[in-house]
Design a protein around this ligand. Structure first.
Ligand code: LLP
Length: 422
């Protein structure tokens, strides 16, 4: 369910015509619906209402501080993967005891930052990392709460770039090595091993891989406990898929039912790290048609939005529906929607049937709330676009469009260039 609907022939976000935002804020821009964000967070979180749990929204999906603050105010925590994400989470006043930190390559600076802020736990992915965190906790005269991220070797049946829980992936510790890591952790004075964790991939559209992973983790928890471990947290990561096109992913309540059934009486606080399922369909990317070009091979709609703004189609071949912001009655044609960037990989949609577009028309690229803005870049020295949050009949710009001046602000020309290389 989302709040992007046509009223008559106009696309609205809640009670605001998308065209109005495009005209007032300019294009390209991302537009998010507050009601959809809230609805998705609540739907996920309340699916686990009867279990002791914490929903740690995965910041990487959409890291705007306004959005983090919203989920924090709804009782959520966050899953972070960098010092920068920790910085954002703290700016959004997420309580540090609701922050979990994942990722294979945490630096000393990042570890120290997280230790000082006393986050809930580090999800550790290697024995070297475990030792590093122990050393840093000793240096800071504290103890680190950690959970072991287990790689359960399960195929999540998703795009290879976003599957993370198979033997060949860089993530986590194999189930075989986990017991050894546990023994190591026991001997480390500044480590408190409090949990187990896994995240097997993203955009999963079936329940079975989640349940299979859980079975493996449950068996490990039992073995750990037999050896005297106090496992208090079980973090099952994120990964629940959404509808982009024809997929039929499980609904959060189905996902919850299957997991809770499998968990039985595990006596752990459950942690989830959903990203896409909460924000994906709560946002669209709005772009304007600059030109249309018909060639014998293809019809191109050249939009002001490009791969630097929304890279998913170029990077993963992902499908995002494209819809006119104002419907017309023109005949449909098959087009590629492409951007101004100097690469043939710069497309938002390929071979799509769209009502014939004209210069100045606005197009909405749907399901763009997750991994849209957060993966955008300045390639071709294009300013990153504005982000807008709609609340009923009002909207706010929650990140202004970058200016050209913003893009060069951090650069300096050294004297030896100024002096003409003399
Ligand atoms: N937890 C961990 C440890 C993760 O690595 C991820 C995503 C999540 C949670 C959240 O997963 P979600 O619920 O959003 O599926 N850029 C790609 C997706 C990359 C996902 C990376 N990790 C895309 O645009 O499809």
């Amino acid at each position: 369910m989302n709040h992007f609907q046509y009223k008559a022939e106009e696309l609205y976000c809640e009670d605001v015509p998308v065209r109005r935002i495009a005209q007032e804020v300019g294009t390209p821009c991302y537009v998010y619906s507050l009601a959809t964000l809230k609805h998705h967070f609540l739907t996920f979180d309340s699916a686990f209402a009867h279990a002791d749990h914490l929903t740690c929204y995965s910041v990487k999906a959409n890291s705007n501080i306004a959005i983090l603050k919203l989920f924090g105010s709804m009782g959520g925590g966050v899953d972070i993967v960098s010092g920068g994400e920790l910085f954002r989470a703290l700016k959004a006043q997420i309580p540090s005891n609701r922050i979990v930190y994942s990722g294979v390559g945490k630096t000393v600076e990042e570890i120290d930052f997280a230790l000082r802020e006393k986050i809930l736990m580090f999800n550790i992915e290697s024995t070297q990392e475990l030792e590093q965190i122990n050393r840093r906790a000793e240096a800071l005269n504290t103890k680190a709460s950690v959970s072991l991220r287990v790689n359960p070797d399960i195929d999540p049946n998703t795009h290879p770039y976003i599957s993370t829980g198979m033997k060949k992936n860089k993530f986590g510790i194999s189930t075989d090595s986990a017991l050894r890591a546990f023994e190591d952790a026991k001997n480390l004075k500044h480590i408190d091993l409090v949990g187990l964790d896994c995240h097997i991939g993203s955009q999963l559209t079936e329940i079975t891989p989640f349940v299979d992973a859980l079975k493996r983790l449950r068996a490990l928890i039992e073995r750990f406990r037999l050896r005297g471990a106090q496992i208090r947290y079980l973090d099952l990561g994120g990964g629940l898929g959404i509808v982009y096109d024809q997929e039929s992913p499980p609904q959060p309540h189905e996902y919850a039912r299957a997991l809770l059934q499998e968990l039985g009486d595990i006596n752990c606080t459950l942690i989830f790290e959903p990203g896409r399922v909460i924000v994906g369909n709560a946002g669209i990317f709005v772009t304007k048609v600059l030109y249309t070009k018909r060639t014998p091979a293809k019809n191109f709609v050249i939009s002001d939005g490009a791969m630097n703004d929304l890279i998913r189609p170029s990077l993963y071949g992902s499908y995002h529906a494209v819809q006119p912001v104002v419907r017309n009655l023109k005949e449909a044609e098959i087009v590629d929607v492409v951007g101004p960037i100097c690469e043939s990989g710069d497309f938002l949609a390929r071979d799509r049937s769209l009502p014939m577009s004209s210069q100045g028309d606005y197009l909405a690229v749907m399901s763009a709330g997750a991994y849209g803005f957060s993966m955008s870049s300045n390639y071709n020295t294009r300013p990153r676009v504005a982000e807008v949050l709609v609340n009923g009949a009002h909207y706010s710009v929650i990140r202004r469009r970058e200016t050209w001046e913003d893009l060069v602000r951090l650069e300096t020309v050294p004297d030896f260039i100024e002096e003409g290389g003399k």
